[in-house]
Design a protein around this ligand. Sequence first.
Ligand code: NAG
Ligand code: NAG
Length: 189
Amino acid sequence: MPSVLSCSCFSFSFFFFYLVVILSSLSVSLAGDPYVFYDWTVSYITSSPLGLKQKVIGINGQFPGPILNVTTNWNVVVNVKNNLDEPLLLTWNGIQHRKNSWQDGVSGTNCPIPAGWNWTYQFQVKDQIGSFFYFPSLNFQRAVGGYGGITINNRDVIPLPFLLPDGDVTLLISDWYTKSHKECSIYPL
Ligand SMILES: *[C@@H]1O[C@H](CO)[C@@H](O)[C@H](O)[C@H]1NC(C)=O
Ligand SMILES: *[C@@H]1O[C@H](CO)[C@@H](O)[C@H](O)[C@H]1NC(C)=O
């Protein structure tokens, strides 16, 4: 009986030793995750999604906004300048934001970016791959744009279980209105 006990103690301490080794190597690799920086200016632009010129929300002059093309575990830093005439929040739909909800750009966890100000979002796209999208979460702004795709690619060390596609096309589907978001909103802005 005593020999059995000492044996299990030994294997436990060995297990613990390996746990420490694994954890310390993990923290080293986290610290080395790449950073990617973006500067985005959100403003009204003129565009004709339905063939009729109207005021839409563009990012860096584009509608839809630029695709955030990143890779799992990258740290994403987006400096957003709000050139609208009203407050703005961008939310990163589907990004997990573990212990980081104040970067999620929804009212209640984030203060809106006042008109004319900028704010820098910083988050890590941790352990996820796939297609997601970002959009403005306040005041029905999403009805007139301000959104775009997020592509999170796999890291090379974790290959996909299927062949690489020939191409990657982001398709954004939404209702569209010729009225402005301020006219569409049921809440007074
Ligand atoms: C997105 O990033 C991946 C990996 O860095 C790259 O292979 C791909 O060409 C990029 N796609 C676009 C549209 O830039
Ligand atoms: C606003 O943008 C400036 C210039 O890019 C930058 O230095 C500053 O850190 C930004 N402020 C915030 C709160 O993100």
